[in-house]
Unconditional design. Structure first.
Length: 537
């Protein structure tokens, strides 16, 4: 079949691009490897409980709401308030004024470091001011400025001046957050209370901006997957085709053709790759490119991404409980970032499980099963959990009198794979589930252990299998890479959709760093606009 545009990847970026391309009247087909679209923005039902399989809430960031308005898609959102807890000390965040309460909460945990905490809170306030500028208005890309020229002069131009003045300040906050906070305190456990919420070596601005983002969280009625379901409906309604269980296995740029895992062939004028970048370059042969200079650029990019690590992944435990939602509502908000102990994850290290390699290469994980599981137990005691309770935001998402919980923690992909290779994978999931339930039962949810009527888990390997993401990553490239194989400067985001491959564009979390849902949507729109413009030439 011949198409104007073939899109590979049915996550938020691919669906956003498809929606805009269909609105432009183009013949579009989207290929998705899973049975359903949505990627890491999905919801599913099990035993009468609805769980979110990817992100737990949605931040607008001046992008999501105007995108939906521009496309004419109606999604009902409710507020998704966030709580932060240490042990039994839980704080519900309601406004920017909650920052002073957060300072007091940290002071109760670290009474000897109140001056340090005050200095760190001042840094968060500074970042919040920057966020007010960066996302203080709806992104102009999603607005019809021609119909409201006054808006350009009264809103856009003043905002652009503030933006230009703010970006250099943001650029100074690009160092890893743990290193930056060490300027204000020598208490590593205190630093951990901020840093272990995030991925390894997360840039300071990205990490400290989350207090603003927590206040911006919204939840679609029906689950987070409602957003991508509505986008998919829009694509189909506008004539676009979505083919699921069709994994792109080969790209032939010379023939402008994609071949899927079942042998299906899709010819294109333009290709948008909204999936894992490493898989894109692994699916084509630069030797088929006639232009040697272009082939060399493609080979160079393929080599650049080949050895790069995907970002951190997560272990998630899905729990169905026969406890009424009111029990959980009294303890925290529907979205809860919870740290049972304030000892800090820096008190243990993944390197504790490494032993010298026989061949003199880099250390490798030990094969001592007891040592690994003992370390995992300590990790699960100390880590920070993201806990989501869908029924507190939508009463239809669990049977009456019962509650579903999603409990997640950052989790190392390479260790998970090592455990699987040793044949302990199912035992790993059982062990982690049991330990997490025990930790929460003892620390914050008394009686939880005896109330569980169903539980199941996903690991970094689950995410890798379902999404195809390198290393089971949930936000693109790892910050620990020596160089970033993607655009990572916000003023240059428009160039993030370009590739060295003729007539091939990219979008999504692998195209720009740091990434998340708003960036995925933004790059999807940028790619769609670029494709429409190029096809009109």
């Amino acid at each position: 079949m011949n198409y104007d545009v073939v899109i590979v990847g049915g996550g938020a970026a691919g669906l956003t691009a498809a929606a805009y391309l269909c609105d432009a009247g183009l013949n579009v087909v989207l290929l998705e490897k899973q049975k359903t679209v949505g990627g890491l923005v999905n919801s599913f039902e099990r035993g009468g409980f609805v769980f979110d399989g990817g992100i737990r809430a949605i931040e607008n960031s001046g992008i999501v709401a105007p995108m939906l308005r521009q496309l004419g898609i109606d999604v009902e959102f409710v507020a998704s308030p966030v709580s932060v807890g240490f042990g039994r000390d839980v704080l519900r965040l309601s406004s920017r004024d909650s920052l002073s309460e957060y300072q007091d909460q940290l002071g109760r945990q670290f009474p000897k470091n109140k001056d340090d905490i005050a200095a760190i809170i001042a840094e968060i306030e500074k970042v919040m001011d920057y966020m007010d500028v960066l996302y203080g208005i709806d992104n102009p890309l999603f607005l019809d400025l021609k119909s409201d020229p006054r808006y350009i002069f009264e809103t856009i131009l003043p905002w652009m001046l503030k933006y230009i003045l703010t970006m250099p300040k943001v650029g100074k906050l690009n160092i890893p957050v743990d290193e930056y906070l060490a300027r204000f305190t020598d208490n590593q456990a205190l630093i951990d209370m901020f840093a272990q919420h995030f991925f390894k070596k997360t840039p300071t601005f990205f990490a400290l901006s989350y207090f603003s983002l927590y206040l911006d969280y919204r939840y679609p009625q029906g689950g987070t997957g409602t957003l991508t379901e509505k986008l998919a409906e829009h694509v189909r309604r506008k004539g676009g085709m979505i083919i699921t269980e069709a994994e792109a296995s080969r790209v032939d740029p010379s023939a402008r053709m994609v071949v899927d895992s079942r042998g299906g062939e899709y010819k294109y004028e333009k290709l948008l790759w909204a999936a894992d970048s490493r898989r894109l370059y692994g699916s084509l042969d630069p030797k088929t490119i006639g232009d040697r200079k272009v082939a060399k650029k493609i080979a160079g990019k393929a080599a650049e991404v080949a050895d790069k690590k995907g970002g951190d992944s997560i272990f998630s435990l899905f729990l169905a409980s026969n406890i009424d939602k009111g029990f959980f509502e009294k303890i925290s908000s529907p979205h809860f970032f919870y740290t049972p102990l304030t000892k800090g994850l820096s008190s243990i290290a993944l390197s504790d499980l490494k032993v010298p390699s026989k061949c003199g290469a880099a250390p490798v994980f030990t094969s001592d099963k007891a040592a690994i599981f003992d370390w995992l137990g300590r990790y699960l005691d100390l880590t920070t959990y993201e806990i989501s309770c869908p029924v507190l935001r939508d009463s239809s998402l669990a049977p009456k009198g019962k509650t579903g919980l999603i409990v997640s923690s950052l989790f190392d992909y390479s260790l998970t794979r090592h455990i699987r290779d040793r044949g302990w994978y199912e035992e790993l999931k059982t062990f982690c589930a049991s330990r997490i339930i025990a930790v929460l039962d003892a620390a914050i949810y008394p009686g939880l252990k005896d109330s569980v009527i169903d539980s199941f888990a996903s690991s970094p390997l689950t995410i890798e299998e379902l999404t195809g993401n390198t290393d089971g990553a949930i936000t693109g490239w790892a910050f620990t890479n020596a160089t970033m194989p993607a655009v990572h400067s916000l003023p240059k985001v428009a160039s993030s959709v370009l590739t060295p491959i003729p007539h091939v564009y990219q979008a999504g979390q692998w195209s720009f760093s740091p990434s998340g849902l708003p960036i995925s949507i933004l790059t999807g729109k940028l790619a769609a606009d670029r494709i429409v413009k190029d096809l009109k030439k």
